[in-house]
Design a protein around this ligand. Structure first.
Ligand code: GUN
Ligand code: FE
Length: 419
């Protein structure tokens, strides 16, 4: 399959007119100039970009966006746990996973790291859904044994297993130190065995930090809790990290764990303004996440915009000359940057050998030196003219559709994608 368009290989450089040849799920060839044959997608005015990658989201929370006015712990209790309890019905869970996958594809997110609920059967439903919607993904059963309703905390922990195909893997997802006893946290490192990713939340709200220090009195800091349980690995994703001391930043940098910045969520729950400067100064690996449903936007360009805006506000309010990411830097984060943070070496790239997870954009404006800024600040899913997932052109309805999605509406999965 040939795709024609200006190649956004490096968002810091102007996109060059060219084409991409896709074969067997990977990019086979990349060329500049006119397409050597009739393209299956794109055109001379189109832009080709790697698909977006979301480094932190909660699949069971896709219908819980916008429940405003609560502090994190109260929001979890009043909004999120009721939403996650609905997965007690396996059929509902399946339908919501399918819906989440379809909405992600619509938004151009072709890969993600996420959370299910603490129900064991969610895993089977998730694996099943990935057969219909072959996104690249890592996700796991939420581990929690306290500070929640019994139907979520009395869980049976499912063993980790391989996911068919090579596009998805399970992760170990202890919710956060508030809802995990020491006994539960002890199981995390052996389960991950340095192979499976660990995903958790760290220092999101001040109240949460106080509760954690009360619960783990012997620990020096919130980060030290995870350190003592051997959870700070190179494959650990720590979401939020808003309230950290110098020593905690240093420890995270030393362990080479990834901090996932979730700017939309931090603003929505008034958790705080992330210190991008500290993260950079300490050389901490950084990723960007929507954190739906605390974050209101599934679309990663909007999350990128939120990151830029939070950084600008921080600069305005502190009067310090702290760095504000440029649109090009932000675009890189939601594509190649997040791929690197998740350890997906062949993702987020337009080069031979890379996975063919691409978007063809048709922006409604002329292409000039402000291309990426215009995309980020005026983003609408309708700018996506085509989605290439695992090398296949897929078709998802362009308009947000609130009705539940029926299984099998994914044309690529039915074998009628264009190759
Ligand atoms: N901390 C623990 N669980 C959650 C969650 O589901 N969302 C957010 N934003 N923070 C959390
Ligand atoms: Fe989260």
């Amino acid at each position: 399959m040939l795709v024609q368009g200006r190649l956004l290989i490096d968002p810091h450089k102007p996109p060059v007119p060219g084409w991409v040849r896709v074969e067997g799920g990977r990019i086979a060839e990349v060329g500049e100039g006119d397409s050597p044959a009739l393209p299956a997608a794109g055109g001379s005015e189109a832009i080709i970009t790697p698909g977006f990658i979301d480094a932190h989201l909660h699949l069971p929370q896709i219908d819980a966006i916008g429940c405003d006015g609560l502090e994190l712990l109260e929001w979890l209790e009043r909004v999120i746990f009721p939403a996650e309890l609905k997965w007690g019905n396996a059929g509902f869970a399946q339908q919501q996973i399918d819906e989440a996958h379809q909405r992600l594809l619509r938004a151009g997110t072709l890969g993600y790291a996420g959370y299910l609920t603490s129900h064991g059967h969610g895993i089977g439903g998730w694996i099943d859904s990935l057969r219909r919607f072959p996104l690249r993904a890592t996700a796991g059963q939420v581990l929690m044994d306290r500070a929640g309703p019994p139907a979520l905390t009395n869980q049976v922990i499912e063993p980790l297993r391989g996911v068919p195909g090579d596009r998805a893997s399970m992760s170990v997802n202890p919710r956060f130190a508030v809802s995990c006893s020491g006994d539960l946290l002890k199981t995390v490192a052996p389960m991950s065995a340095g192979l499976f990713m660990i995903q958790t939340h760290l220092a999101e709200s001040k109240r949460e930090c106080e509760v954690v220090l009360e619960l783990f009195k012997e620990c020096e800091s919130y980060t030290d809790v995870y350190e003592r349980f051997g959870m700070l690995t190179q494959r650990t994703l720590l979401a939020h990290a808003v309230h950290l001391s110098e020593a905690e930043w240093r420890l995270i940098a030393e362990r080479d764990s990834v901090v996932v910045h979730c700017p939309g969520a931090n603003t929505f729950l008034e958790a705080g303004a992330f210190d991008l400067h500290a993260a950079r100064e300490h050389g901490v690996r950084l990723a960007l996440g929507s954190d739906v449903a605390a974050g209101p936007d599934l679309a990663m360009p909007r999350v990128a915009r939120s990151m830029i805006e939070v950084a600008k506000l921080r600069r305005i309010l502190t009067g310090q000359s702290t760095p504000v990411p440029s649109p090009a830097e932000a675009w890189k984060m939601i594509t190649r940057g997040n791929a690197e943070a998740l350890g997906w070496q062949d993702a987020g790239l337009i080069e031979p050998g890379a996975r063919a997870d691409l978007l063809v954009l048709q922006p409604p404006f002329e292409i000039d030196e402000h291309l990426i800024g215009r995309l980020i600040y005026t983003w609408r899913d309708a700018m996506i003219a085509a989605r290439i997932v695992d090398g296949r052109l897929i078709d998802v309805p362009a308009v947000e559709n609130d009705s539940p999605v029926t299984a099998g509406r994914f044309p690529g999965a039915a074998g009628n994608g264009v190759d």
